[in-house]
Design a binder for this molecule. Structure first.
Ligand code: MN
Length: 502
């Protein structure tokens, strides 16, 4: 977990961390980047008065906690050099090579964005998305950089604090979430929360504190009991951890529950980490035979993972003394993925570098969609507008629906059968005539719900989509395909009107 290391925040700690997981890392390379950055930033101070180098170092430590390969750590150490010192990007390139220099260049380009109204907001998103599509490693560095800045906002003027915090809540955290980086999302939100909504923050902090007050002993005992119970049932290598809920996510939950803390069931939560999937289900059964589960609170995100890649079993049970406790059960590998999302896949990737675009197994679909948009939209204005639509697509909650073959399709909430059809294939969208939802006939405009099974009936002789569909579809993809078709039809029609053009 981030920040859990009590070790001193210095270059030795950084090297130890990286050497422990990256077999290709060379201690002297990391130390060299550190010395280079340190001398470049010589004499510069943070707002706190501390030497500037603590910032790139903290950024690199955040990256190392995500177990990212050494070149990313090195780029993290150097990320502010061309921007803030006499050393140029070319100097960095000459010293550390193209790969590191390209990442630093990406960060420098991202660096100049400021939060000023909606235009700027969209422009920021555009830059983030394009950077991500080009090299998602740069976005990891940006997150690690932003996290340290957020956690050290105290000495900065209030107006700037607010701007940085708001931007973190509205842009950075949702992107981290969509990349499956749960721990990064939680930390960004919690650090930003107090500056954006100070009163609400104080209220939630108090609720969380009093909810857990005097429960530490209970929790320690429960961890022991759980480990013992599972061990006795011969589930091996069990690790049980207490889990404090992130404050901002507790706040969101309270808002959805009439601000009533009695309706929040995961204030006390334990995480069970085991060796393999079979042990996950075994552990769930053992927990349920020891304690009574609450109805409707058992969730199998292993059989049906969340669209951002989240895997776990969840259950809520009545433990000793009637205390309600949530358990999350997962393997070690799932645990890494839940905390670090796409960065975890990265860390396990042999090559240490993945081009996201075009790698279906690695890239979330919406990142691939970016590349498509880039190609599609030459006109600047259209580009901005479609990014606004994309933003809504990306940040809206997602549902899963199933094809008759059992494939899972990931769609934004309130998507319709037509959105589903276009998500499968443009031709299916263009020739759709009817739909079946859960084996019953349904209109194409039907709004889909989580885990619906959807079948689209096509008519091959159909020329194209009904332009009226544009009025109810929700995804950018469906909307643009329908518009595209309408436009080409008008063009053909106009052509037909001009004498001699046939
Ligand atoms: Mn920085």
């Amino acid at each position: 977990m981030y920040g859990s290391t009590k070790k001193p925040q210095n270059i030795e700690t950084l090297c130890d961390l990286v050497m422990a997981y990256d077999p290709k890392a060379k201690r002297e390379d990391i130390a060299h980047a550190y010395e280079y950055a340190k001398s470049a930033h010589e004499g510069q101070k943070r707002a706190s008065g501390e030497p500037y180098i603590i910032h790139p170092l903290a950024t690199a430590l955040n990256l190392a906690e995500m177990r990212l390969p050494a070149p990313i750590i090195i780029a993290g150490l150097l990320h502010d050099v061309p921007e803030d010192t006499k050393k140029t990007l070319d100097d960095v390139r000459a010293e550390f090579g193209d790969d590191v220099a390209d990442m630093v260049a990406g960060i420098t380009k991202l660096g100049k964005i400021k939060y000023r109204g909606i235009e700027r907001y969209i422009e920021n998103l555009r830059k983030m998305f394009l950077t991500m599509a080009a090299d998602v490693r740069v976005v990891f560095i940006k997150f690690a950089d932003r996290l340290h800045n957020l956690e050290t906002l105290d000495n900065i003027p209030p107006k700037k604090q607010y701007r940085i915090a708001l931007e973190s809540l509205e842009i950075f955290a949702p992107i981290a979430n969509r990349l499956g980086m749960g721990e990064m999302k939680g930390r960004l939100e919690d650090a930003a929360f107090r500056y954006v909504y100070p009163k609400e923050y104080a209220w939630v902090q108090e609720i969380s504190r009093s909810g857990r007050e005097g429960k530490q002993e209970y929790l320690d005992k429960l961890i022991q009991t759980t480990e013992q119970t599972l061990g006795d049932a011969s589930v091996k290598n069990v690790l049980v951890q207490g889990r404090a809920k992130h404050l901002y996510s507790l706040y969101r939950k309270l808002l959805g529950n009439e601000r009533n803390i009695a309706r929040i069931y995961d204030l006390i939560a334990l995480r069970i980490i085991v060796d393999n999937v079979a042990d996950c289900y075994a552990a769930l059964g053992i927990i349920h035979s020891k304690w009574t589960p609450l109805k409707g609170r058992i969730k199998d995100y292993i059989a049906q993972p969340k669209p951002n890649g989240y895997h776990s079993l969840h259950t809520t049970v009545f433990c000793e003394d009637g205390e309600i406790v949530e358990f999350q059960i997962r393997t070690r590998e799932m645990h890494a993925t839940c905390e670090f999302g796409i960065a975890a896949h990265w860390a396990y990737d042999e090559q240490g570098k993945i081009a996201l675009v075009g790698h279906k197994s690695q890239a979330p679909e919406w990142v691939q969609e970016l590349a498509e948009i880039q190609k599609e939209m030459e006109d600047k204005k259209m580009y901005l507008q479609s990014l606004e639509e994309l933003k809504i697509d990306v940040f809206r909650d997602r549902i899963f629906v199933f094809t008759p073959q059992g494939d899972v399709i990931d769609l934004p909430e309130e998507s319709t059968c037509v959105d589903y059809a276009y998500a499968i294939h443009t031709d299916i969208g263009n020739t759709a005539t009817a739909a079946k939802v859960n084996e019953e006939a349904a209109p194409l405009s039907r709004v889909l719900k989580n885990s619906d099974m959807v079948e689209i009936i096509v008519d091959k002789s159909r020329k194209g989509p009904n332009p009226d569909w544009a009025n109810f579809v929700k995804t950018r993809q469906a909307k643009s395909k329908i518009k595209q078709y309408a436009k080409s039809r008008i063009a053909t029609w106009i052509k037909g009107m001009i004498p001699g053009s046939k």
